[in-house]
Design a protein around this ligand. Sequence first.
Ligand SMILES: [Zn+2]
Length: 100
Amino acid sequence: MRQPINIPTDGSGTMMLMPAREGTCEICATAHKPELPHNAQSLFYQTRFNIEHGRAPDWRDAMAHCSDEMRALWTEQLTARGVDVEGGAINPAKTARKAR
Ligand SMILES: [Zn+2]
């Protein structure tokens, strides 16, 4: 039976969170290879990161464990899709749509 896991907070103490589904990354609850970024859009990732660090994560956090090459590739591809990676955006800017 699955048991909640205790996550250390950035202050003092811990918070409980149900573990990620089996077969998925324990950090972001998404199935991905270890060398790839965590899923910054995952609610599980956002919740867990916030418990541990006391702030919301963005793609730079999700890519922190990746190689320089992997980070460069993902930043390029996310930027091409309208995501302001260096600005801390998770999703494409809504203003990318044409107004008229
Ligand atoms: Zn992950």
